[in-house]
Ligand binder design. Structure first.
Ligand code: PSU
Ligand code: MN
Length: 306
C-alpha cells in the first residue's frame, strides 16, 4: 500500500486496500462537467451500485476542500453532482491541496490519485486525447502523458470523434501505452463502435487483461493500459445522425469563432442539444458498460494466481 500525502480514505476503500478487495476507481469530471443535473447525480450513484452489486468497492475520486478523496460518502457524491467544481487535472492537485479548494478530477488526475492509493483498475466514459488542430494549438490532454507514468488500467469506449483519433493513437504508441481492444480489433469512437482505426491487440475477456497487467509489472513497466471497450451495437448512436450532428457542430463552432479550450465544451453542448439528448443516452450506456467490464477486470486482477 502506498501512503497518500494527505490521506482521507473512506473506511470502505481503506478496507479494500488492506484486505485486497477488488476495487475500481471512478472519475468525477464526467459527473461534474459531463452530464446535466440532476441526471449526473443518479449516474454517479448508479455507477457505484453496479460495482457494489458485483462485490467490487467503488472509489469515486475527487478533491474536496483540499483533501483528495479516494472513495466518496453520500454527501461527497452529492457535492460532485451539485456544486460548481473546477475541472481538475494533475497539475491542479497541489494547488487545490494547498489552498483547500475542491475539484472534479479528470481521467489524468483520477488515475494519478488511484495509483497513489494502490487502485489499479479505473472505469470512465471516454479518454482525453489529441484535439483537432493540435499541430498548431498543441492541445493534447494530460490524460495521455499521465497514463504513461501511472500503472492504472483504464476502461474507456475510446475517444470522442470530436478529437483527432489518428493522432491520439499515434501518441499512445509513442508513450508506450498498450491499447487493447476488448472483444474487438477496431478502436471504438465513443458513441460509435467503430472509428476506422485498427488495433494491434484484442482480448476476449478480463483474465487476459489481468495477465497483461501482471506481465507489465514483472517487466518493470510504469505505463498504464488502455482497454478499448466499444458500446454494444444495439446501443450505439445512429452513425448517419452522428455524422450529421458533428458536421453541424463543427460548422457552428466556426461561425461562432470559438477557439482554444472553449471548442470542446462548445461542441459537446451543441451535440447534446442537436441530438435531443440522444448522445447523452449513449454516453450513459457506454459508461455503464465500461463500469461492468472494469468490475470483471478488478476481480480477475485480485484473484489468486492459478
Ligand atoms: N471525454 C468524454 N467526456 C468527458 C471527458 C472526456 O467523453 O467528460 C473529460 C474526462 O474527464 C477527461 C477530460 O479526462 O475530459 C479531458 O479533458 P482535457 O482534454 O481538457 O484534458
Ligand atoms: Mn486541453
Amino acid at each position: 500500500m502506498v501512503s497518500m500525502p494527505s490521506p482521507n480514505l473512506t473506511t470502505e476503500v481503506d478496507a479494500e486496500i488492506t484486505a485486497a478487495r477488488p476495487g475500481v476507481a471512478l472519475e468525477s469530471t464526467i459527473i461534474s462537467h459531463g452530464q446535466p443535473r440532476p441526471r449526473n447525480h443518479e449516474a454517479a450513484l448508479e455507477f457505484e451500485q453496479i460495482l457494489r452489486e458485483r462485490d467490487v468497492v467503488p472509489a469515486t475520486i475527487a478533491v474536496l476542500d483540499g483533501v483528495p478523496h479516494i472513495g466518496l460518502d453520500a454527501d461527497g457524491v452529492r457535492r460532485i453532482a451539485e456544486e460548481d467544481l473546477a475541472k481538475a487535472s494533475v497539475r491542479d492537485l497541489p494547488v487545490l491541496a494547498a489552498l483547500g479548494r475542491s475539484g472534479a478530477t479528470t481521467v489524468a488526475a483520477t488515475a494519478r490519485l488511484a495509483a497513489l492509493a494502490g487502485i489499479r483498475v479505473f472505469a470512465t466514459g471516454g479518454l482525453g486525447g489529441v484535439h483537432r488542430g493540435a499541430s498548431s494549438t498543441f492541445d493534447e490532454s494530460a490524460d495521455l502523458p499521465t497514463l504513461a507514468e501511472n500503472a492504472v488500467t483504464v476502461v474507456s469506449a475510446g475517444v470522442k470523434s470530436v478529437l483527432d483519433i489518428a493522432a491520439t493513437l499515434e501518441r499512445l504508441e509513442t508513450l508506450s501505452i498498450p491499447v487493447i481492444g476488448y472483444g474487438t480489433r477496431e478502436f471504438p469512437a465513443f458513441w460509435l463502435r467503430e472509428s476506422g482505426y485498427q488495433l494491434d491487440w484484442a482480448v476476449d475477456g478480463a483474465t487476459d487483461i489481468a495477465a497483461i497487467m501482471r506481465a507489465r509489472d514483472e517487466l518493470g513497466a510504469r505505463q498504464g493500459i488502455v482497454v478499448a471497450n466499444p458500446i454494444p451495437l444495439e446501443q450505439q448512436w445512429d452513425p448517419a445522425e452522428h455524422d450529421r450532428v458533428l458536421a453541424e457542430a463543427f460548422a457552428a463552432a466556426d461561425v461562432a469563432g470559438v477557439r482554444g479550450k472553449a471548442v470542446t465544451p462548445f461542441l459537446l453542448g451543441y451535440i447534446v442539444d442537436a441530438s435531443s439528448g440522444r448522445s447523452l443516452e449513449v454516453n450513459l450506456d457506454l459508461a455503464r458498460n465500461n463500469v461492468r467490464v472494469a468490475a470483471e477486470i478488478a476481480h480477475a486482477w485480485s484473484a489468486p494466481r492459478a
